[in-house]
Design a protein around this ligand. Structure first.
Ligand SMILES: Nc1nc2c(c(=O)[nH]1)N[C@H]1C(S)=C(S)[C@@H](COP(=O)(O)OP(=O)(O)OC[C@H]3O[C@@H](n4cnc5c(=O)[nH]c(N)nc54)[C@H](O)[C@@H]3O)O[C@H]1N2
Ligand SMILES: Nc1nc2c(c(=O)[nH]1)N[C@H]1C(S)=C(S)[C@@H](COP(=O)(O)OP(=O)(O)OC[C@H]3O[C@@H](n4cnc5c(=O)[nH]c(N)nc54)[C@H](O)[C@@H]3O)O[C@H]1N2
Ligand SMILES: [Mo]
Length: 772
């Protein structure tokens, strides 16, 4: 009789049990019994744990092995790798770290390693990396994030808070209170499969059906109809990408000219409305922001804007702005204006009304959950280096040492980075303008990467440490947006000689003399118990009763009770603004900010302002590059993770990432479904596969991020990208000097049928190997 074992583990996309046989083969994956709408992504990892794409042992780039101390420029990505022992690889890494520290100081080490890594609090790669580098004397860190960096920059000035993921409204609140949901950028249910740190259950994507049944009306203001599911029966207001702020201004114009704005709320809870009013009426710049004016920018009908403003003023209204809308040039503006509009309606502080940021951007964002659930985690420890780099400005960090970077009222001096360590992120996924990144990358003296698979991050390293997947280790899932702690148990033995990040950094710490400080003499289970016990004490202090560790580990999870009612954003403040001041200089919602004004940034003035994006359908270069390229989050993967899985590969067109385009545009370009196209601009070119759709604004192309970067000439900046990675086309300029966040959505391109001999996709090939 064959024995089959079921072991529970978890991922960003769900909790599941994995079935194995006695030889350790992975047979199947089953969702947790409490997950009523499991994500199809849960079967993604099983095929990749024993895949030939796994990195089976440590490797070193040939040129690095020959001369580890050589300065750039290097040929990373273009050279074979030499397999080496763990001893050798760890020794080379420790030597490089010690050498850079001795010669240039810790400010020459970049450890800001951005990335989602995997679920699990102990083996969270960027955390263990930072703990290690902190003990080593420090590292240049990143600040902010790619997801909602512009909101992170502006919201502290507007409402005195930066907890963006908490600025949402739960389904329960909407169902009980809301009449009208006005959504800039929609809420695409594909995004509700995941949570950073791990989704436990998924009950949110059916919310639209329940809301519809309750008579709640949705307006989807987006270039793409599918940004709301059909079940929402939404009204689709198609607009040009990058024009949301103009539409918001015109809504404000109607509210003001028809005296529909709540003057007493603005008086009591806000400062600076008069400034916005003067601007909207055109008193400051001679241009009233009328619906006719906004129509020219956005393509939305003036009468539709007027009608919507009136409906918003007379309904219980929630305005939501998706994170994507602020991942664009001047992305601070639509966020600021969202708050200003909600304030004008006087509905902030009321249940189910006001504003939300990223409603449905992740699974847990819409759940009813207590906000004070602690998370078992490992302490990062201190970082003695104070220099930092805004996330998304990596290319500037590496290419402009010694120069100044303006940021949120500061002048940052860009440090001279010599060594970059990346663990748990894919720089060749997340950074914009890959060709510029590649130039920056070749300047570094040393690049160390911990990776699971031979993706572009690994292929562009000097030293590659093979790491495990979640299935090869014990851990605890505890995510900010979840109410469950989940035991993640080891399903199979580590693949070949792959090791856990924690063990890799323990060994490196040992070699550089901080071993005991790093491990505190705990092993994996020792740490899990310690992390759990520490969080349990905090939980008990807050009135919860999680069981002792052994009981939890045995049971497999602990569910914190849902609160009886959901927190209403800003309710206390609105009830009594004098006693419950916001953490802004005025204590109120700042529709005008003296602080921001004082920075003197023309790209982010003192109040919400319509500023044309550098690249959009309204800019002069749209004559040369007539299509706006949007790159949204993928349905069949998490960023670049799982791109090699069967589900993601099945979705490709002639092996390339599908690019959606409007039928009219396809006809005009002589393209048909299934064609391979070259998409290009001055920054680069990629191949993609045509998918014709009817529900996308003409002039807009839409491709999901995450196809593994696959240059025709590896290592060479400017090479044709063969697989459909949009970041060879995106701009790497900051949203504004205020938050310097990524503006990956503000991009113009052209598209043509690819006519040459079609090059094979080699993204899923392992690199060339050599002997020393
Ligand atoms: N054009 C464009 N670009 C974008 C975006 C966009 O909308 N458009 N979106 C941006 C956004 S919002 C984000 S959040 C970023 C996401 O960017 P990333 O977070 O960098 O993307 P991931 O693909 O999740 O990268 C995680 C990497 O960690 C590895 N990994 C997983 N588990 C482990 C582990 O346990 N140990 C180690 N060592 N490695 C592990 C995976 O194999 C993978 O390579 O991308 C940004 N880039
Ligand atoms: N399955 C899956 N889910 C994910 C992720 C994943 O990789 N896979 N990634 C997660 C992460 S890290 C994040 S940050 C969130 C991101 O969540 P979002 O930023 O909300 O998601 P996107 O899919 O990038 O964008 C949603 C839609 O915004 C629209 N849009 C783009 N530009 C504009 C504009 O200028 N105006 C308007 N009105 N609409 C515009 C596009 O049509 C796009 O489909 O998603 C999370 N969810
Ligand atoms: Mo993100």
């Amino acid at each position: 009789m064959r024995t089959r074992t079921l072991t529970q583990t978890a991922s960003h996309w769900g909790v599941y049990s994995v079935e194995t046989n006695e030889s350790g083969d992975i047979l199947n994956t089953y969702p947790a019994p409490y997950d009523t709408e499991p994500s199809p992504l849960i079967r993604g990892l099983q095929s990749l744990v024993h895949s030939p794409l796994r990195i089976d042992q440590p490797y070193v780039r040939q040129g690095f092995l020959q001369n580890p101390e050589a300065n750039g420029p290097h040929n990373r990505g273009g050279e074979p790798f030499v397999p080496v022992s763990w001893e050798k690889a760890l020794g080379l890494a420790a030597d490089a770290l010690l050498r850079v520290r001795a010669n240039f100081g810790n400010e020459a080490i970049y450890g800001g390693s951005y990335g989602w890594a995997s679920a699990g609090r102990l083996h969270h790669a960027p955390s263990v990396l930072k703990r290690f580098l902190g003990l080593f004397g420090g590292y240049v860190d990143k600040r902010g994030n790619h997801s909602f960096g512009a909101a992170l920059g502006i919201m502290p000035h507007v409402v005195g808070r930066n907890d963006i993921t908490d600025m949402v409204v739960s389904w329960r609140s909407v169902l009980e209170n809301t009449e009208l949901v006005v959504m800039f950028g929609g809420a695409n249910i594909k995004n509700m499969q995941i949570d950073s740190g791990g989704a436990a259950s998924h009950e949110n994507s059916s919310g639209f059906m329940r809301a519809r049944a309750a008579g709640i009306q949705f307006v989807n203001i987006s270039p793409f109809r599918d940004d709301l599911p059909e079940t929402a029966a939404a009204q689709w207001q198609v607009i040009r990408p990058g024009s949301d702020t103009a539409v918001m201004m015109a809504l404000a114009h109607t509210l003001i000219t028809e005296a529909l704005h709540d003057q007493s709320f603005l008086q009591r809870c806000c400062v600076g409305f008069d400034r916005l009013k003067q601007y909207v009426l055109g008193e400051t710049d001679g241009q009233p922001k009328t619906p006719e004016w906004a129509a020219q920018h956005s393509g939305m009908e003036p009468e539709a804007i007027r009608a919507l403003a009136r409906r918003m003023a007379t309904s219980r209204t929630l305005i939501t702005t998706s994170w994507s809308v602020q991942r664009s040039d001047h992305g601070e503006q639509p966020v600021w204006m969202t708050v200003a509009l909600a304030a004008m309606l006087g509905q902030i502080g009321k249940p189910g009304r006001g504003f939300a940021l990223g409603f449905g951007a992740t699974n847990g964002s819409l759940a009813s959950r207590a906000r004070d659930i602690p998370r078992p985690k490992m302490s990062l420890g201190p970082n003695a280096v104070k220099a930092f780099c805004p996330a998304g400005r990596t290319n500037d960090l590496l290419l402009r040492p010694g120069e100044q970077l303006e940021y949120n009222g500061l002048n940052l001096k860009i440090p001279d980075i010599k060594l970059l360590y990346s663990a748990g992120g894919n720089p060749f996924h997340h950074n914009a303008n890959t060709n510029r990144l590649l130039q920056a990358w070749q300047r570094l003296d040393t690049v160390i990467v911990n990776e699971i698979w031979w993706n572009a991050a690994a292929k562009h390293a000097d030293i590659v440490f093979p790491t495990t997947t979640t299935m090869e280790r014990n851990d605890i899932l505890a995510a900010d947006q979840q109410s469950r702690w989940v035991a993640m148990k080891k399903v199979v033995e580590p693949y070949k000689s792959a090791r856990n990040d924690f063990d890799i950094f323990s060994d490196l710490a040992e070699r550089v003399g901080v071993g005991a400080a790093f491990t505190e003499n705990r092993n994996e289970m020792g740490w899990l118990r310690h992390m759990y016990d520490t969080a349990r004490i905090t939980a008990q202090e807050r009135g919860y009763a999680p069981p002792p560790f052994d009981e939890f580990w045995q049971a497999g999870d602990y569910l914190f009770p849902a609160p009886e009612s959901d927190e209403v954003l800003f309710a206390d403040f609105v009830a009594d603004p004098e006693s419950n001041r916001l953490a802004t200089p005025s204590g109120k919602i700042e529709i005008y900010s003296e602080t921001v004004d004082g920075f003197g940034y023309s790209d982010c003035p003192g109040q919400p302002t319509w500023i044309e994006p550098k690249e959009w359908l309204g800019s002069p270069i749209s004559k040369q590059f007539p299509f706006h390229l949007l790159s949204n989050q993928p349905t069949w993967r998490l960023h670049s993770q799982l791109d090699a899985s069967p589900a993601s590969r099945k979705n490709k067109v002639q092996d390339r990432e599908p690019i959606k385009m409007n039928r009219k545009d396809a006809d005009a370009k002589g393209l048909k479904n299934g064609d391979v196209v070259r998409v290009f601009n001055d920054r680069g070119a990629m191949l993609a596969g045509v998918e014709i759709v009817d529900d996308l604004l003409s002039g807009v192309l839409l491709i999901a991020t995450g196809a593994w970067y696959d240059p025709a000439e590896p290592g060479k900046a400017g090479a044709l990208e063969k697989h459909g990675n949009p970041n060879v086309l995106t701009r790497d300029e900051g949203t504004s000097r205020l938050s310097q966040s990524i503006a990956a959505q503000s991009v113009l391109v052209d598209i043509e049928l690819f006519t040459g001999t079609l090059p094979a996709v080699t993204a899923f090939d392992i690199p060339a190997f050599a002997t020393e």
